[in-house]
Each structure stands twice: as C-alpha cells, then as structure tokens.
Design a protein around this ligand. Structure first.
Ligand SMILES: Cc1cc2nc3c(=O)[nH]c(=O)nc-3n(C[C@H](O)[C@H](O)[C@H](O)COP(=O)(O)O)c2cc1C
Length: 407
C-alpha cells in the first residue's frame, strides 16, 4: 500500500549549511534506492517533510529520520494512504522557504507533481506543506519545554499509611494525587475503588442487577470518605470520587446520601470533587441535571472524567460545564510527538479557558508529555510520572526540579 507521512521538526541550533547539503544528498540517494519520494521544507529553524512510498519503507525511513542528531522535537502531523504518488522523481528535494517567496515554493511544488496528478484543494498533505511554506502553522502549533531541563525527585513528606479497613468491608480505596506542578502542591486525591482484598474492583460489580449496580456504585463511596477519616484528614487537598451518571438518576436519594456521608466522615462538600465518568449513556438528562444542581448548591465541585474517550465528549460539555475537565490518557499518551493530539488538546485548552474550566491531564507517564502539556498551559497532572495510586494511603509524589538546582 502506498503510504504518506508529514512531520515537523526543529533544527539543532548549530545546524550548518554543509549539514543541509549532507541531509539532502544522503536522503535523496537512500530514498531513490528504496522507492521513497517527497519534499523537505526548511524555514531557517524548522523542517517540514513529506514522504511517500511503500508503507514499511516509509516507516523505516521515518525511524531513521527521527534518530538524526541534526534535529529534534519531531512531531508527526499526518499518516495516510493514497492511490498514487504525488511527486514524480524527487527522491528528496530541499526547498528553503525563507530564501524564496511563497509563490515560488508553491509553483515548485506543483512543478514536482507527477504528470497527470491533479491535487484536490482539500488534499491534507498539500495543505500542511503549504501552511508551513506560508508560516501559518505557527498560529496553532508550539514547541514544548525542553524535558532535559527537569529531573523528578520523590518527596516522602506527603506519605500517609492509613490503618487497614475492616475485614468485612465490600471494597477498599487507593488514592492517587493530582498535582499542581507550578505551585508544587497536591491539588486533590482521586479515590480509586479496589476489591475487598485490594485487587481489581471487577468482582464487586459482578452478579449485580442494574438497580443494585448503581446503588453499589453510590454507596461504595462511603468507604472512600471513611478512608479519609481513618487517615485523620487529607490536609488542604480535595478528595475526588468517581460516580456513574446514572447512579445520580437511578438511585432516588443519591444526593442526600452523598451529602450525609460527606458530613458523617468529617468532610465538607467544598472539599469533594465529583468526577462524572460517562461510561454509559445518560438517559433522563433532566434528573441528572437536577442532581448536579443540588450538589453544586451545597458546594461539591464537578469534573468530567476521561474527556475524549467513550461518550465523554463535546456533547456532554455543551450540556453541562464542570469546574474541571480531565483529558483522557489516550489523548495525552505520546502528545509531545503527535500533531493531531496536540491540535486537539490546544483546542480543548482554548475552549476551557473561554469557559473558565480547569484542565487536568490524566495518564501522564513521561517527562516529555508533561513538559509539552505544561508549556501548553495545563497546570494539573495525574499519572505514574508523579505517583501511582496507593492502597489505603497517600503515596510520595515525584516533583519536577530544574536540573541546575540539583547540582
Ligand atoms: C530533516 C531531515 C530529513 C531527513 N530526510 C531523510 C530522508 O528523506 N531519507 C533518508 O534516508 N534520510 C533522511 N534523513 C537522514 C539523513 O539523510 C542522514 O542519514 C542523517 O541525518 C545522518 O544521521 P546523523 O544526523 O545522526 O549523523 C533526514 C535527516 C534530517 C535531519
């Protein structure tokens, strides 16, 4: 299958003219041998390259390109398939967009098209290349911070082990910190349900009827509040709990039950964040909204969980605006090198900032992901990079520290 790929990267600051000549020459020779065609644009700081050829070969060449020490911050913008090649015999040609007017670049690109190839105006690859030639890509793209500037150091001060729960309890909870890396504080602790012996909570829900299922989902939360009481409180952090939306609809006294349990365990509603996990479609939206209104009126904060996964999407956000929106781990994973994910997250940031909603990035596992996300303007993070969930307690947090400060 004929595949094509577009990426953008940043040249190393010490890149010389000879390096450019070397890149073009060695790229062309190798590409001609392998049956790869394409074009490489350079604007003095950034590269944008289009590669086309058999899928496996393009993948191998891209792996080699990504490893070159002559550039970094390689971000994949497009991976696609096409019925025919666009470029005739350009194994690789370098066009310097800073040295030539845009029209010249565009006419050079059109001149390079394979005879008989008439590109539609909405050809994505060509639109990306033209946007780069025109410098328009800078409006909606950005580099992350340099992850090499940071190291991560565990702070054991936050660790708390609670006494074990009663053996008769139906479930236990693990706590995972959601951290504000700019302020260096734990913003909230998410209570994650575990089974009666601390393993997967799957067994808790098995063999429950739909009616029992939602009641159990709701009533299990009292064990999370009870864990906080056993620990003697959680300082200034808030407690995040997850709830299926239909638990608020199907269990008639759900809001009263939650408020009562919060008070019983020495917490206040202002200290609780309710994360709505939209694993299931919401029916009776009016009842759901009535429950949310009452919770808000008592001071409980609301969050949309796993935003971008399953049903938790734009339609829910258009119908109710939470205090926090948690971007799903699938969108966060590998974001520093992924153009489509970066564009989606930047649009979410712009939308949330217009609505005054705070964003949490979930599932952050690498310094590269974190440094891109925080440069994009996100302050709150959750993920293994900072802390794994800890059963019946609060784990140590790994905080980012500038490398210079560690010497
Ligand atoms: C921006 C850029 C584009 C490249 N394009 C290609 C290419 O299309 N085909 C290819 O075989 N190698 C390509 N390369 C790799 C170079 O031809 C060369 O093998 C590589 O830069 C040498 O590795 P080094 O820079 O680590 O010494 C590219 C490298 C860079 C920096």
């Amino acid at each position: 299958m004929l595949s094509n790929l577009v990426y953008r990267s940043r040249a190393r600051v010490d890149l010389t003219h000879d390096d450019l000549v070397h890149i073009e020459r060695s790229a062309r020779e190798r590409n001609e041998d392998l049956g790869v065609t394409g074009v490489l644009l350079f604007d003095g700081s950034y590269f944008c390259q289009f590669l086309e050829g058999p899928e496996a070969v393009v993948r191998d060449v891209y792996a080699l390109v990504r490893n070159s020490r002559l550039h970094h911050r390689v971000v994949t913008l497009l991976e696609d398939y096409a019925p025919r090649r666009r470029f005739a015999d350009w194994g690789m040609r370098l066009l310097n967009v800073r040295a030539s007017p845009q029209e010249q670049i565009v006419s050079a690109l059109h001149g390079a098209l394979k005879p008989g190839v008439d590109l539609p105006r909405d050809d994505r690859a060509f639109r990306l290349i033209r946007a780069f030639a025109a410098g328009r890509w800078r409006d909606h793209a950005m580099d992350g911070d340099d992850p090499a500037r940071w190291t991560f150091r565990a702070d054991p001060a936050s660790v708390i082990h609670a006494p074990p729960p009663l053996a008769s309890d139906t479930c236990q909870f693990a706590l995972q910190p959601i951290v504000d890396t700019t302020a260096g504080r734990i913003s909230s602790l998410e209570a994650l349900m575990r089974g009666p012996t601390g393993g997967s909570p799957q067994s808790c829900f098995e063999a429950l009827s739909p009616e029992q299922y939602h009641r159990f989902d709701l009533e299990a939360k009292c064990h999370a509040f009870e864990l906080v009481a056993r620990m003697g409180g959680i300082g200034k952090s808030k407690l995040s709990i997850n709830l299926l939306p239909m638990s608020l609809v199907r269990v008639p006294d759900a809001v009263d039950y939650l408020l009562d349990q919060i008070a019983r365990h020495g917490l206040t509603p202002e200290r609780v964040i309710l994360e709505i996990t939209e694993e299931e479609a919401i029916s009776h939206f009016d009842l759901f909204q009535t429950a949310l209104k009452r919770l808000r009126a008592h001071g409980v904060s609301l969050a949309i969980d796993d935003f971008g996964a399953g049903f938790a999407g734009l339609s829910l956000l258009s119908r109710f605006q939470p205090d926090k929106l948690k971007i799903d781990r699938q969108i966060v994973q590998g974001i520093h090198a992924d153009g489509p994910r970066q564009a989606i997250v930047r649009a979410i940031i712009s939308c949330c900032s217009a609505l005054g909603i705070t964003i949490v990035a979930e599932g952050v596992e690498t310094p590269e992901e974190w440094s891109w996300l925080q440069a994009a303007g996100i302050d709150l993070f959750q993920g293994f990079l900072f802390a794994r969930p800890m059963l019946n307690g609060i784990p140590a947090v790994n905080w980012p520290v500038p490398v210079a400060e560690t010497h």
